[in-house]
Write a protein that binds this ligand. Structure first.
Ligand SMILES: Cc1ncc(COP(=O)(O)O)c(C=O)c1O
Length: 361
């Protein structure tokens, strides 16, 4: 990549229609975001070079947290260096509230790492299957033990959405919890783009999510939100929040504005939904199996007689960049073409993509 990254991006001197990565709302190159970063750099320098628990408290962190609270409709937010750490922060801080972890077998690396760090028993259940979770809960959970279920909200390659209501039905009678890594859902799913729980219209004290600002929201860093009491508790009980540097000031200032733009511009999510619908309908009409969801990740799984490698190459020759994924978490067996749709793609770009796939399949 040799240019700002967006719906059109320069690769090795060639301007390509870009359908990779995860800048679903296209905010990473939004003028207001870039200007916020420049202003913060000039005024304050790059970072505080100390933790917030020392002298490192800074008004820019308050600005980020105010913007994030408005976005998530929450009382309080913790902001930390990487979305990857969110699940570990949650499991570390609430270690005394469950005795056994059940994890979707295709969960993201971050969830597996968080689970392993607890030293609790870990039982994988069949990807997305509440029935498999139910069987394991009945078989592997001893009486009085409380389960913690870990899953992605939206899976990064397959684009599938976790069946959260079913998981909660199974877990709540056992006084358990569900934690979702909602990295690919926040900014996209739900009326206000708050992620998987909002998509299902669920507000439940047994379900918590963490997310990253580095995908749809076009910023950087991880966030956990909720009531002031819950967030203060997580903040104090997690060693990660106390022991890791916060994101640099420049990054924080840019992320605050990205959140503000996402919050005040519902038309970005609306346009994204329209583009996703157009792409899903068009590619489905070519014979590919695709669910009818608002997720901007389209997964074209391997099937007999079709070379994914050839499709990717043919598209690249026509200046269209899509990813061929073989091993990232949630990749279907045999690999898949992963197509990311952005609100900044034009309708013509989507038509061209559909036509190019049709001519290559
Ligand atoms: C599902 C999922 N969770 C977490 C992350 C990590 O977030 P971050 O890049 O903010 O560390 C990623 C990818 O980057 C991801 O795909």
């Amino acid at each position: 990549m040799e240019s700002p990254v967006g719906a059109q991006t320069i690769f090795n001197g060639r301007t390509m229609d870009y359908f990779g990565g995860s800048g679903y709302l296209g905010l990473q190159s939004h003028p207001a975001v870039l200007q916020a970063a420049q202003k913060a750099l000039q005024r304050y320098g790059f970072s505080t070079a100390t933790s917030r628990g020392g002298f490192g408290e800074h008004p820019i962190y308050a600005e980020l947290e105010i913007a994030a609270c408005a976005y998530f409709g929450a009382e309080k937010v913790i902001y930390y260096a990487s979305g990857y750490l969110g699940s570990a922060i949650l499991t570390q801080a609430t270690n005394n509230r469950f005795e056994h972890i059940f994890i979707d077998s295709s969960a993201h690396f971050s969830l597996w790492d968080a689970a392993h760090a607890t030293n609790l028993p870990i039982t994988p259940f069949h990807h997305l299957r509440a029935q498999s979770l139910a069987e394991h809960l009945n078989r592997d959970l001893r009486s009085q033990e409380r389960p913690l279920v870990l899953s992605d909200g939206v899976f990064p390659v397959s684009g599938e959405i976790a069946p959260l209501p079913d998981y909660l039905d199974l877990v709540k009678p056992r006084k358990g919890l569900v934690y979702l890594d909602d990295a690919h859902a926040v900014g996209v799913l739900g009326k206000n783009g708050r992620g998987t729980p909002e998509y299902y219209e669920i507000e439940d004290q047994s379900c918590y999510t963490s997310a990253t600002l580095a995908k749809a929201l076009g910023g950087f860093g991880g966030v956990i939100w909720g009531t002031a009491k819950w967030v203060d508790y997580i903040d104090q009980a997690s060693r990660i929040c106390a022991g890791a540097s916060p994101p640099p000031l420049v990054v924080t200032a840019a992320s605050a504005i990205a959140l503000e733009v996402a919050h005040t511009s519902p038309e970005l999510r609306q346009r994204l939904r329209e583009r996703v619908k157009q792409a899903r309908n068009g590619i489905r009409a070519l014979g590919w199996e695709l669910a009818d969801t608002p997720v901007p990740i389209l997964c074209l799984a391997s099937r007999p007689g079709v070379s994914l490698e050839r499709i990717k190459k043919n598209l690249f020759e026509q200046d269209i960049a899509i990813e061929l994924v073989r091993s990232y978490t949630s990749t279907p067996a045999g690999g898949a073409l992963r197509i990311a749709i952005f609100s900044t793609h034009t309708s013509e770009q989507i038509d061209r993509l559909i036509e190019a796939i049709g001519n290559s399949s």
